[in-house]
Design a protein around this ligand. Structure first.
Ligand code: SAJ
Length: 421
């Protein structure tokens, strides 16, 4: 008889994972405390925009092997895929993991396997999960198995990466890691590497920290290039021709629920040692302020300026606005009394309102591109020129055809290019 899996948390990771196990033949119960998510999924709809996910979820629900509920039930395997955000002081908020662990405690049986997928500070399996689950009187590694299998999928490519990515699995003992590995092997085609829990926790954090530090380097370089009146995009393109160099791309800041968050889990535990990691966070966090400063210079001399913001999700082609740098840019504009209209083809609602494309551009003095959605690459500057009051565009992602925009009379500004006086 196939194993019953209970997944806690049906977000960007939990939902695809639960659906993948269901379509691989397991009986899966997906649990989420948000009633509206449960209702949406049971209707056959999804609450997340992710290529290929809707089809997979529908197949899983229709097969009868994925059931979505709001209350945990007993199972053979429990997978925790709940958020691990940071609070205002940049400290890990482990409330959701803690709550999920207590829910599992209420149904834990001998022989169970508990897997933590949520990205967590080093030591979480040993110091948080193990003691809670052992309140059952059962011993981790003896009566039940415990493993950390951090998710590594990139939003926008989740379905492909869920299958193709290599996985690192850390066990409280090797038997736990082997059991988790056997389970994921049912759909993972990448390599599965086995280690201990704390190493797996650190590997996951370091992947995102590496990216954050690299992006901070690109952003610092962007600000240097602005002062030197050279083009950062050209500098990076040419530098990356070297076989051992891979500088990431600068931008208006680093958003999402992972990269701006995960390095803080390391800094929190080792503040005196993790100086580079901490500085990279500061540099990336300050980018929205830098962008607003540039916008103020661009608009200098224009009476009662109004701008069009194109894109607010944290990166291109996704609907996710968690930790988006666009929010800080918008707040900065508000503080500077610069009025704005916002358009994002992927986002359904936003605290500062959303307009359609034509309304967002009409009568504005500067088009500010904040997110690299594919749709924006095909914007027709001739059409845009008929709507705006001033033909000025500020491309913070370097995705527009600048020569074409210039052809239609636009003054083009870019992040990391030229000193705006
Ligand atoms: N960004 C830049 N420059 C770049 C790359 C990204 O400014 O060169 C910005 C993006 O615009 C965005 C932010 O960084 O605001 C993060 O985007 P991302 O595409 O780098 O990463 P995420 O947060 O969507 O997903 C990351 C991935 N981690 C790595 O690639 C190491 C993914 O594999 C993880 O599973 C995910 O975090 C996670 O859940 O931890």
């Amino acid at each position: 008889m196939s194993k019953k899996i209970c997944t806690l948390g049906l977000g960007y990771v939990g939902l695809p994972t639960a659906s993948m196990f269901a379509t691989s033949g397991f009986e899966v119960v997906g649990v989420d405390s948000n009633q509206s998510i449960v209702e949406t999924l049971n209707r056959g709809d999804i609450h997340i925009e992710e290529p290929g996910l809707h089809t997979l979820v529908q197949a899983a629900v229709r097969s009868g092997r994925l059931k979505v509920k709001s209350i945990i039930e007993s199972a053979d395997v429990f997978i925790i895929a709940v958020p691990t955000p940071i609070d205002k002081n940049k400290k890990a908020n482990m409330t959701y993991v803690k709550n999920a662990s207590y829910e599992i405690l209420s149904v834990l049986r001998s022989g169970n396997l508990v897997i933590l997928e949520s990205t967590s500070p080093p030591g979480t399996c040993y110091k948080l999960l193990k003691p809670i689950l052992e309140e059952s009187g059962l011993k981790a590694g003896i009566d039940f198995e415990l493993a950390h299998c951090p998710e590594r999928v990139i939003p926008g490519r989740t379905m492909k990466e869920l299958i193709g990515n290599n996985r690192v699995i850390g066990g409280i003992n090797s038997k736990s890691a082997e059991s988790a590995s056997d389970l994921y092997r049912t759909f993972v085609e990448g390599k599965i590497c086995i280690t201990d829990c704390t190493t797996a926790e650190m590997v996951k954090l370091m992947e995102n920290t590496y990216r954050d530090v690299n992006i901070a380097l690109a952003n610092e370089l962007a600000m240097i290039c602005e002062k030197l009146d050279i083009n950062v995009w050209e500098v990076i393109k040419l530098t990356n021709l070297h076989p051992r160099v891979n500088i990431h791309l600068p931008g208006p800041g680093v958003g999402g629920h992972c990269i701006p968050v995960d390095p803080c889990f390391i800094v929190e535990q080792m503040p005196n040692i993790s100086k580079l990691i901490s500085l990279a966070r500061t540099i990336n966090d300050k980018m929205p302020v830098h962008i607003v400063d540039r916008i103020k210079l661009i608009l200098n001399g224009i009476q009662s300026p109004q701008v069009a913001i194109l894109g607010i999700s944290y990166k291109g082609n996704v609907d996710d606005i968690r930790e988006t740098p666009a929010l800080e840019v918008i707040q900065g504009l508000k503080k500077a009394n610069i009025s704005f209209k916002i358009y994002d083809p992927h986002v359904r609602s936003f605290e500062y309102g959303l307009s359609n494309l034509v309304d967002s551009l009409s009568g504005t003095d500067c088009v500010i591109l904040l997110t690299d959605h594919d749709e924006f690459k095909f914007l027709n500057p001739q059409e845009v020129s008929k709507l705006v009051r001033h033909r000025i565009v500020y491309d913070t992602r370097n995705i527009l055809d600048h020569e074409l925009w210039k052809k239609y009379g636009f003054i083009v500004y870019q992040h990391g290019v030229g000193n705006i006086k």
